[in-house]
Design a protein. Sequence first.
Lengths: 152, 362, 375
Amino acid sequence: MDNAALKERILGLVPDAEYQENKQFLTFIIPPAKMHDLAFKLKSEADLAFDFLFCLSGVDMVKFLEVVYHLESTSHKHQLELKVRTEDRVNGAVDTVCDIWRTAEFHEREAFDLVGIRFNNHPDLRRIFLEEGWLGHPLRKDYVDEVNIVEL
Amino acid sequence: MNFSIYDFTSFTQWIDKFLYDNLPAFWAIAVEMTLIGLVILVFYALVGLFLVYAERKVCAFMQNRVGPNRVGPFGFFQTIADFVKLMMKELVYIKNADKLLFNIAPFIIIIASFMAIAAIPFAKGLHAIDFDIGVLYVIAVSSLGVVGILLAGWSSNNKYSLIGAMRSGAQIVSYELSVGLSLVTIIILAGTMQFSAIVEGQANGWFIFKGHIPAFIAFIIFLISSTAETNRGPFDLAEAESELTAGFHTEYSGIKFAFFFLAEYMNMFIVASIAATVFLGGWMPFHVSGWAGFNHIMDFIPPFVWYIGKTFFIIWIMMWFKWTFPRLRIDQLLTLEWKYLLPINLVNILIMAFIVLMGWHF
Amino acid sequence: MKEVIHLPVQNVEEEEYHINMGPQHPSTHGVLRLVVSLQGEIVKSLKPHCGYIHRGIEKMCEKDTYPQIIHLTDRMDYLSAHINNHAVCMLVEKALEVEVPERVKYIRTIVDELNRIASHQLWWCSFGMDMGGLTCFFYGLRDREKILDIFEESFGSRLLHSYYTPGGLMMDIHPDFQKNVKAFIKYFRKKIKDYDELLTGNIIMQLRTQGIGILSKEDAISYGVTGPSGRASGFACDVRKHHPYGVYDKADFKEILGTKGDTFERYMMRMDEMLESMKIIEQLIDNIPAGDHTAKMKAVLKLPAGEYFQRVEAARGELGVYVVSDGNKSPYRMKFRSPNFSNLSVLDHISRGCKIADLVAIGASLDYVIPDIDR
């Protein structure tokens, strides 16, 4: 499916998705509440068949926290980028997609550990790289650590 | 005094007469027993040292490298340096370990292999214990070693050691069957269980040639099962370095570890000796019946040299396939024994018995 | 800070016990802690604990300039160091719309493939060693030394070179490079037959790897297992074929796919890949065009604001580099999608019901490098 048809399809599934200009991928910003349903349809519908989640990143954009999903279909070869944003920096939560793409289990743990985004219904949401008792989320822009970070 | 390297009986009888002439009977026997014990101890230690060095060199040449070559000429004294180091290491005290069992375990293994070595004939007349049930005695006594391994694994208070000991226990107990049955094949051919009689019976041809096909099969099975018995080669998962760190002797250090280490090499020597004695003629030179001139030339080489040569040849084969093959998993190992080796062994015994009855051997 | 790990306790039966294949273990190939729940010898479940070598590379990238980031990427999956460098270099070049000379593309492709062979040689060494055939370790390393000698001659170091820079290469290749590479290929084609005789054809090795750790195609896609491990299950994920870069589209090579997805197939994938890499190098080595070894780049590289993504085929799978740039000389956010991270996540799933010895074999066949997992 080419990008124009794909764009129509996605907007058909989630009318209040916001299209974002991006040279490389077809990008949409999805409201957090609609993400899980959309993800399910993206994987299960035969003409979409997005079965390969090849990157899940957490980004701290100061005003909001963002989760970026890069998807590909192994059968149709089309690619898609989705973003989900949450403004709450303390308890911001997004629905997990690890029941749809199993790779998300580890990637979401990493996003939680380093950026601090929580994922609802995740089977085992705990820190993956840092110790259990670590305070703070290092990849946030307001993270301060006098001991471990040396400012040059 | 008639002392020849071809027949040690004159030498041993000379010592015996000397002692009995000069000491009361009780003390003569006591001195004799001490002497034998000392000789075996020294032999054990020296051969052990040499075998460790040999293993490192053989392994190095197969892996395209040189091996120890710094300590002494060609690295000959490397093992001595290793043992001095091991003797000086701290004996680590394990909390919550069963102290009595922990300390006894290495000794049990060493005692078991001592008792087995005493029954092997090294040359004509150099034979410490000559039972008429020699083969049975050796098999029985060398299986005491498994008690030491199980005790070591259990008393270490360590999950890895326990897993290693359990695996090893299952393995040794299973393969004893194959070892015993393959030796039974030759006993049928030889007609006796006494080691000296078995060796004498090979004066005109080794049993592996006399008994042709069943003897050869028995030899192969014996090699495989005895490698498994001694926890060596492809069957070394009891101490699988890449999985369980060091298996049942993980928690041992210093001289106790040296005991386990030494016992492994000496067990290998013992099984190679038994193979050499029972299948390849022990200290008998290589004779072909009918070729008198050839036999005469072969007789020039002293029996002791023959025995050592054959034993080390088999040891070299065992080392060769240790460093070539990957390791078998515990269930594959037990499958090999119970589903393949045991039935083959039983059929082999039947064939051999039939051949002996019919007189179809050389 | 004291580490207290509370494992979620579900259905712990009476005979289950936990064993720790701790951070120091001969066969986890790096600092990875696996808490394995066993029943006798059977693995019931396992939980990997990563983070022992987490160095905060992504955080450091936010303060470093793009040429400095190349040096950090070397240290992630150090066995495919060049390929990691390649990803970041291509991303910067595409973002700045710089066209690198053909010579650079040829050399980068050849060096990438040499790196892939070296990485697979080291994998083979340690696979044999984990199985118990210690001799394999020395044979593989002996042959890998030849590649490292070529690298040392041209780039100056054996393992972590940082040879690629945005725009081209740090310096041109040594005049003897082509001759040495051709000599190596001739030498290695003979030696790889030894590898097959020593390990592949060995009945013990086949018994221990066939039918073990089966990963189905759907699971491979769902867990994101790429590289030879994913291709063994039938997942056609070779980035060199599907999203070609460098001069891979000019070379004729097969994408090797398996069907069964067991440990033996994963093993055979890598052995066949070494042969394919040699084929690629042979086709390209004599045709390196003359030219500059670098394009003209500004002194300070500032990527225009926006997002960029670059995918390459590292030795272990698909490496993705995702950059969010705000126009400065350092990225605003740099995320590395590391292949080993996803490959590790499938270890629990495929090792249920197998024995400890099989666990070691499965781990060796997935071929993970821990610094890449932890970054």
